[in-house]
Each structure stands twice: as C-alpha cells, then as structure tokens.
Design a protein around this ligand. Structure first.
Ligand code: MG
Length: 467
C-alpha cells in the first residue's frame, strides 16, 4: 500500500481491508470453504443466456452469474479436451506434463499414457490440506489404473474416463447416422466407480442426471468436512443425449435441450448447498474445457462473437463462459480481467489455505483479490498452445498470432505468420482487424515474451503417443 495516498483514499482502503478480513475471517485453519468445479465439455462462449445466447434458456446459471461474477475473458488451458484438463488439474501449461501433442491431440481408449504421477493435481493439493476430494464425470487424463482420479488425489471417482464418442461399437451405423440419431449402444464407453467398470456401454441418456445426483449425495454426506468436488460433464460433447424430462424442451433443438439439462443440474446443486446451509461456505466455479465443435454443425455449440472453435487458438477455441459463485464473499460483478483454468489451483491454494507446490513452475495466478474485490491489474500474460507449440500469446489487450490453424475439421497445415498478426482483443474480440503494422513495438515485445516463455519450458516425454 502506498504511503502517499490521500487521506480519503487511505480511509477507504482501511475500510476495504477491514471488510475483507471480516469476509474471510471464517476461513482460517479451522474452517475453510468447500470448492466445486463444474466443467462442461465443448460448451461454446455464446451458449448461455447470460453470455448472450438468444434461444437457449439458462435461468439457473444466469442467477449464479448475478449473485457471483461473470468473467468475460476467461480461458481454457488448451483448445482440446486432454491438455485442457491437464492444465486445469495442475495449474501448469500441459506441455510441462507431456499431455499435449500434434499427431494425437488427446488420449484414446488404446492409449497407454496419462497424467504422470509426478504431477500434483488440485485434489492432491487439497487432500494434503485436509479436504475430502471427489471426481465425478469425464476424466480423460488416462484410463489405466495408475492415471485414474483415485491415483491422483481423489478419494472417490464416478464417471466415464474419456470422451463419450470413443470406442465405437462394431454394430453402430455409419458415422453420419450415429450422430443424427445417437443411441448409447453405438459407443462402448465404460462407466466407472473407483477403478471398476460398473456399466458398459454407459447409458448416456441419464448421465447428466446421475452425475448431478452423485454430486448432491456427496454434498449431503461430506458436509462436516471441507470438500472438493470436480464435476466434469461429458456433455455437450457430441453425441448429444438428454434425459426424458428434457427432451424437446428447448427451441434451440437437441443441443439446447442438453444445455438446459446442465443448467437445471447446476440449479439443483446450488439449491442443495442452500438447503444444507453451506452456500456461503462453498465456492462454485462453472466453465468449460474448450470451444464448440463446429465440425458437427448444428449439433455443436456457438462461440458467439468469437472467431473459430474447438481445436483452434483463435478466441473461439479457448475462451469460455465462466461464472464464480460464493455468496457473501465474492463481490458480484462482471469481470473483464483475463483469467484461466490454470489459475484455479493457485486460487484454491490461496482461498483454502493449502500449500502451493513450490518445487515446479506454476503457470496460473491466484485470483483471490479479483474474486473478493472485483479488481485486478489487467496485465495477465497468456500463452495459446496448439499441441506442444506456441501459436499465439496475449499480454494485456494485445494478442499476437505466430501460427494459425482453422477449426478442428481436417488435416490442413498451419499457416505461419511472419511478421505475426496482432489484434487488440478489447477493441476487437472477434479478431477481424490485424493492426500489426501500426504497432511494431508491441509485436516485438510479444515475440520476445514468446521466446522467454519457450526458454523456460523443459520438454518431457509425450504421453499421448504411448500405445
Ligand atoms: Mg472438450
């Protein structure tokens, strides 16, 4: 705090500090907040009512956003599932754990690799701090026993260990027909409890409902001990499934039905917290792993005004509709600071009084001050990886593209940009107007930042190519 502040401002800051200590005083060593992360699969930036979708109704998430913080510039760690999840769990760019690559961009049912034991997940960090830890839903960081959630700090696991479109059954119809009228039996995906398969193929029509009920059961059972629940929905990743009560409820069609079921699920979870009297003791984060899958046209979602989609380092591939909720603690606001799923681990360390790993690079930052006071410094640097290569870098409002590759549709080669493209994302979030020639010094600085970042990365074995 500066010593030269005017008295009025000084008094204001003292008041702010006092209020903040009142707000956080309940969370010392004895009593710390529960944490729930609700993580969707392939939800687009424009797919929620509170992020501007005109025909999908999401009243529960909209209310969550009004009561909490709606982040307009929040990013996934990567534009596809496996590396994005590795980044969230570890607070580190997935290149540091070997969980990204070009040939294979995600793990598959025949993969032998996974998140290495040497990595420290959010669950392991919070378990060491005395939390009970639970993973519900899609994992996709390795399905062999040594890579499952229960080997990575989670006390319990209930879910499908990879994407819901993997392991196509021999009797499934041709590709287009599979997705036009999906049936659970077309994909031989397992549903697991702990390390055991309890259902195969998993009945996907009830999967969102069952994940929701599991989460509510955990809330009710574990409320005397601080808990961390990672609820990673398999949907709205295609193939799309909904339970009976949500069939044909949305004028957006089947994709809208799926989102409205996830919205209702979110409402039930927040209501369970209210019913148990622990809403003010629980931080809930809602976000997604990557942008919408445009390859599936109307069965995929919408990135809204952002350019491109899943698989791409344009904004539509990585910027996610994100809400933080913690009644009585978070300052309700629309937040335009830059945040990332990489920030969840250090943020939870700060809020839950857990020990941040100090023997390795953590790429995320602690967002606690923004959550409590609604203000940050606006200078966040963000690196956009395609596979294990830096394709773009953001610093403040500026983003430079060194390479681009359009959405996840085929095998076209990346386009190299030398000099890089430059966009001001605050003026031009749709990345329409290249302003590199007017800002040569900014381009130079972002190139230097890219080189400095790359110099700090030690390459490790690629887990995605192991068979
Ligand atoms: Mg995904």
């Amino acid at each position: 705090m500066s010593r030269t502040l005017f008295p009025v401002k000084h008094s204001f800051l003292i008041l702010l500090t006092a209020l903040s200590s009142v707000a956080t005083s309940a969370y010392g060593h004895e009593e710390r907040p529960n944490v729930i992360v609700i993580f969707c699969d392939d939800l687009g930036y424009g797919d929620l009512g509170c992020f501007g979708h005109p025909t999908i109704r999401t009243p529960n998430i909209d209310r969550m956003a009004r009561e909490g913080q709606r982040w307009t510039q929040f990013y996934a760690a990567a534009p596809v599932c496996t590396p994005s999840r590795a980044g969230l769990q570890t607070g580190r760019y997935p290149v540091r754990s070997g969980m990204c690559g070009f040939g294979y961009r995600v793990l598959f049912p025949d993969s032998k690799g996974g998140l290495p034991q040497s990595e420290i997940t959010i669950a392991r960090m919070l378990k060491d701090a005395g939390y009970s830890t639970h993973a519900v839903g899609k994992w996709h960081l390795g399905h062999l026993p040594e890579f499952l959630p229960t080997s990575h700090g989670y006390d319990t696991y209930f879910g499908i260990p990879y994407s819901n479109d993997m392991d196509t059954s021999k009797n499934a119809p041709p590709w287009k027909a599979q997705f036009a009228d999906p049936k659970s039996e077309y994909w031989n995906v397992p549903l697991m409890r702990g390390e055991s398969i309890i259902e195969r193929p998993a009945d996907q029509t009830t999967i969102t409902e069952r994940y929701t009920q599991e989460t509510i059961n955990l809330i009710r059972r574990k409320r005397k001990q601080p808990f961390f629940i990672y609820l990673a929905h398999n949907l709205p990743h295609v193939p799309l499934f909904v339970s009976k009560p949500f069939e044909d409820v949305s004028i957006r069609g089947l994709y809208g039905d799926v989102i409205e079921e996830i919205d209702a699920s979110t409402g039930r979870i927040l209501n369970a917290l209210r019913d148990e009297g622990i809403a003010e003791d629980t931080l809930v984060v809602f976000t997604s792993d990557n942008g919408p899958w445009h390859m599936y046209r109307q069965q995929g979602g919408s990135a809204g005004l952002l350019r491109d989609a899943k698989g791409s380092t344009w904004e539509g591939g990585m910027r996610e509709p994100t809400v933080f909720w913690w009644p009585g603690h978070i300052k309700p606001a629309v937040i335009m600071e830059v945040g990332s799923t990489l920030d969840l681990l250090p943020t939870f360390a700060g809020i839950c009084d857990a020990r941040l790993p100090s023997d390795r690079t953590i790429d995320g930052i602690n967002l606690k001050e923004v959550l409590l006071h609604g203000e940050g410094d606006g200078r966040r640097e963000l690196v956009y990886y395609h596979g294990d290569e830096v394709f773009a870098l953001r610093e403040g409002p500026f983003k430079a593209h060194f390479k681009t590759k359009t959405e996840f549709v085929g095998q076209q080669d990346p386009v190299v940009h030398d000099p890089p493209l430059l966009f001001n994302l605050q003026h031009d979030p749709a990345e329409k107007y290249d302003i590199a020639s007017a800002h040569p010094k900014v381009v130079e600085r972002l190139l230097a930042r890219k080189r400095a970042h790359e110099a700090g990365v030690t390459k490790v074995p690629n887990q995605l190519i192991l068979r």
